[in-house]
Structures are given as C-alpha cells and as structure tokens.
Design a protein around this ligand. Structure first.
Ligand SMILES: [Zn+2]
Length: 214
C-alpha cells in the first residue's frame, strides 16, 4: 500500500495516517519525524535544513524532497508506506511522482480527509497551556479541574497567540491554499479518495480503511 494523506492542518490526518499504517502493516512516514531524525543525526541534509530553521526561514523544497527520497529508499518502505506531511504543495506532489516513478513504486491513493475549517479552529482556539510546565488543556474536551488554572502547578493558563481564533484561521487558510491544488492533480490521476473526517477517531479510521480497500 502506498498512500499520501491530505487535509487541513488540524484535521487529524497524522492520527489517521498512523492508524492506517499499523492496520496495513506498512511504514508511517511523517515528514516531521524525517526532519527531526536528519537534524539529530546531523546528516548533510539535516545541517542544511537546520541552517534555514535557525534563520527562521522555510526549508527549501529541494532539501525536503531529498530527505523524503532518502527515507523512501530505506528497506522498510519497500513494503509500502503511508506518507503524512508531504506533499504540501503541487510542486512537491509532482516531485514525489517523479521519485516514485524512478523507484518503480507509483502512488496508489491520495486520501483527502475532509473536515470543516470551523471545527478545526474551535479545537485550536479552545486550547490552553501552562506557561510554567507546558501542560496542555482544552476548555471543552480536556478542562483543568479548576477553570483557568494548571492541575499540576496552579499557574494561570494562557492561550498561545498561534491558537487565537483569527490567527489560527488565517494560518490554516494560508497553508491549505498551497496544498489545495493537489486535489485536482490527484483526481486527474484517478487516485483521489475523499473521506469525511468528522467524528470519533475510530469511526473515521473505519471510513479510511473502507476507502483504501474499496
Ligand atoms: Zn503547570
């Protein structure tokens, strides 16, 4: 099985990608993990990426693509993979197709987890963190015992600027504007599967696995 996951940031695609990979017994390849591993092991690509990150700049596509290519050539990926966090743009999607063609392992499905942007924003904007120890709460789904106060240390909880409603909505829109052209791209290849991402994790997982095996 060779699948990429697409969806809004915060759609739960990371969780679903991990569940599908476990069920299908293939590797879950998350770009965040690839980045951390390259930086930690101080590979040449990791050092290059680190230099951009240290300057607060985005890591260029060719560096990201080279990291993904190296990861896809590791032995465990030969049996299949679920890619999560890549591609994020149409040029990355085209580069992925070229590298998979070189490896003679074309992509089978692009799974789009469809969620309402309002639901994602509500989830982010309800998040509260403890500035002292980093404990994370949610006003609706994981409230502290005393409203507004950390269970662990009693410090007043804060809302990170990134999680404020309008900031979160803007960030999600900007990121998704880059990724959205991938939908018609994969639809044109007959590879796009669209799954309703609303509801319980297990219910969504059941829809995902029905879609890929259907
Ligand atoms: Zn605390």
């Amino acid at each position: 099985m060779r699948v990429v996951f697409l969806g809004l940031p915060g759609s739960g695609k990371g969780t679903q990608a991990a569940l599908l990979a476990r069920a299908a017994r293939v590797s879950h390849i998350a770009t965040g993990d690839i980045f951390r591993a390259n930086v930690r092991d101080q590979t040449p690509l990791g050092r290059t990426a680190r230099a951009y990150m240290d300057r607060g700049e985005n890591v260029p596509d060719d560096v990201t693509i080279a990291m993904v290519r190296a990861r896809l050539q590791e032995p465990d990926a030969a049996a299949g993979f679920i890619l999560d966090g890549f591609p994020r743009t149409l040029p990355q999607g085209q580069a992925l197709d070229r590298m998979l063609e070189d490896l003679a392992t074309p992509l089978e499905h692009a799974l789009y987890l469809r969620v309402d942007i309002g639901a994602v924003v509500r989830r982010l904007s309800g998040r509260r963190v403890c500035p002292k120890d980093g404990a994370v709460y949610h006003v609706e789904t994981q409230p502290p015992k005393t409203p507004g106060v950390c269970d662990l240390c009693g410090t007043a909880l804060i809302q990170r600027d990134d999680d404020r409603d309008e900031v979160a909505r803007h960030r999600i829109r900007v990121q998704w504007a880059q990724a959205e052209p991938l939908l018609p791209y994969y639809a044109g290849q007959g590879k796009l599967l669209e799954v309703d991402g609303a509801g319980e994790v297990t219910a969504v997982a059941a829809r995902v696995s029905a879609a890929v095996s259907g």
